[in-house]
Design a protein around this ligand. Structure first.
Ligand code: NI
Length: 181
C-alpha cells in the first residue's frame, strides 16, 4: 500500500525514532509498504519516520541509480535497528535529495565509509561496511532515525539560499508529485 510521505515541517521527522520490537505486529507489511511508497515516488531510500512511524527502520535501493553508479544495480538493504559501529575520518561530498524535502538538492559532506550493524528482513544480525554512494544512501537514511535531515548539514550560505523553498515546503505551498502529509 502506498503511504503518504511526511514532508518537512512534520514533527515526526524530528523525533528520535524508537527501536523496533521484532515481534511487532505488521512489521513485514510496514517494510513492504515503505518500499512501495519509496518506489512510487521514485526514491532510492526511505526511513520509517517519513511515513509517519517513529521506528528505526530504513530501506535503500540503488537500482534506479545504476546509470550513474553501475555498482548499485543490485544494491538493496532493509535495516532494522541499525547502529553505526565505525565511521571513517575521511569524508566525501555528494549531492543529496529527500522525499521529505521535495525539489531541493544540496551537496553534503559526510564520512566516506561506515560500518553498520543491523537486523535484516530475515531477522539476521548483519555487520557490513559501506563505501561510495551506497554508503551515502545509508548515511542519509540513518540520519532520519535520529531526527536529522540533510538540509541541516549544508553550509550556512546554502541554507540561506534554500530558506525560502523550505518555508514553502513547511507551509505546503508547493505541488507534490506524490501523496504527502
Ligand atoms: Ni531523506
Amino acid at each position: 500500500m502506498i503511504l503518504p510521505i511526511y514532508v518537512y515541517g512534520q514533527p515526526v521527522l524530528r523525533e528520535i525514532a524508537k527501536p523496533v520490537d521484532l515481534e511487532m505486529e505488521g512489521l513485514d507489511q510496514l517494510i513492504a509498504d515503505m518500499e512501495e511508497t519509496m518506489k512510487n515516488a521514485d526514491g532510492v531510500g526511505i526511513a520509517a519516520p517519513q511515513v509517519g512511524r517513529s521506528l528505526r527502520i530504513l530501506i535503500v535501493s540503488g537500482a534506479d541509480l545504476s546509470e550513474d553508479y553501475p555498482e548499485l544495480r543490485n544494491f538493496r538493504r532493509v535495516m532494522i535497528n541499525p547502529e553505526v559501529i565505525e565511521k571513517s575520518e575521511e569524508t566525501a561530498e555528494y549531492s543529496e535529495g529527500c522525499l521529505s524535502v521535495p525539489d531541493i538538492n544540496c551537496n553534503v559532506i559526510r564520512p566516506k565509509r561506515i560500518t553498520v550493524r543491523y537486523i535484516n528482513q530475515n531477522r539476521e544480525t548483519v555487520t557490513e561496511s559501506f563505501d561510495g554512494f551506497g554508503c551515502r544512501m545509508v548515511e542519509h537514511e540513518l540520519d532520519h532515525l535520529d531526527g536529522h535531515m540533510f538540509v541541516d548539514r549544508v553550509s550556512q550560505i546554502r541554507r540561506k539560499l534554500i530558506g525560502g523553498k523550505l518555508r514553502k515546503l513547511e507551509t505546503r505551498n508547493f505541488r507534490p508529485r506524490y501523496k504527502i502529509k
